[in-house]
Design a protein around this ligand. Structure first.
Ligand SMILES: [Zn+2]
Length: 122
């Protein structure tokens, strides 16, 4: 597991515990399956007046680089993580891991948890 900047190193351990576990699960998968490490790009963001709130304001969201993976690898990662981690069983539309780009940012993985998030792996 790597960090783009030093800012996220201590932040990782302040995230919700279930998010730490989900990301460590993802990191182990990418290392063992593709011999590729994940790169954390963003975790905590301060609340800014007038800006929409996000899970990043509450230590339950993290962004991870995707450009070091091929498209089939990205699809496999999404599938693996979302099969093992369920964001909220009562709202199956919402996912623990998404691959998206928002407001002109680069495409990346966004991983998020909720108080109802559960592990469904074995
Ligand atoms: Zn995000």
């Amino acid at each position: 597991m790597k960090h783009k900047t030093d800012k996220t190193k201590p932040e990782f351990w302040k995230m919700w515990k279930v998010l730490q576990y989900a990301v460590m699960d993802m990191a182990l998968y990418t290392k063992l399956e593709f011999d590729e490490q994940i790169v954390i790009t963003s975790i905590f963001r301060d609340i800014v007046e007038g800006r929409k709130l996000s899970v990043h304001n509450f230590w339950r969201g993290i962004d991870i680089r995707s450009r070091n993976f091929t498209k089939p690898q990205i699809d496999a990662i999404l599938d693996y993580v979302n099969k093992r981690w369920v964001y909220d069983p009562s709202r199956p539309i919402l996912k623990v891991i998404q691959y998206h780009c928002v407001a002109g940012s680069a495409w990346h993985f966004h991983v998020q948890v909720h108080k109802k998030t559960v592990f469904r792996g074995e």
